[in-house]
Write a protein that binds this ligand. Structure first.
Ligand code: ASP
Length: 145
């Protein structure tokens, strides 16, 4: 049997905050290996794999899309920031490192809030990731720090 969850994902995601404070997120994916014809993953579903709101944060996700859809990962992170006042890193950790594994989900999230540095979190072995903040050196990593 072919492995649908071999740990290799082809998603490219981006989040940004511009000089005026506008937040944006984008996610592009070919889906998962051996996906069913017609399957729609989390990447194009606003609130699942992609979300941005200027009062909270911008989020782009990669990983096992069904679980990201089930947990509305991107919107939930934004809601925790906006309505509970959670720190972005805390909201991402709660969703990705606590709730996602509880339903057997694996993947990563990049997010940026109204202030502060981007948050790049994953519960897999690694995630190709980079960030750039004005006046700072670029941050580029694959595996955990
Ligand atoms: N999230 C994508 C999907 O489930 C897979 C990926 O990250 O490439 O379609």
């Amino acid at each position: 049997m072919l492995d649908h969850n071999d740990g290799k994902y082809g998603t490219v995601g981006a989040v940004a905050r511009d000089f005026s404070g506008s937040l944006a997120a984008a996610t592009s994916t070919g889906g998962m290996t051996n996906k069913q014809p017609g399957r729609v993953g989390d990447a194009p579903l606003i609130g699942a794999g992609t979300y941005a709101g200027n009062r909270s944060c911008a989020v782009s996700a990669t990983g096992h899309g069904e679980m990201f859809i089930r947990l509305t990962v991107a919107r939930d992170i934004a809601a925790m920031v906006e309505y509970l006042g959670l720190d972005l890193a805390e909201a991402v950790s709660r969703k990705l490192l606590v709730e996602l594994p509880e339903v057997g989900g694996a993947g990563g999230v990049i997010a940026v809030g109204t202030t502060g540095h981007p948050v790049l979190t994953f519960n897999t072995l690694g995630m190709y990731r980079a960030s750039q903040c004005e006046g700072e050196e670029p941050f580029i990593r694959i595996f955990a720090d």
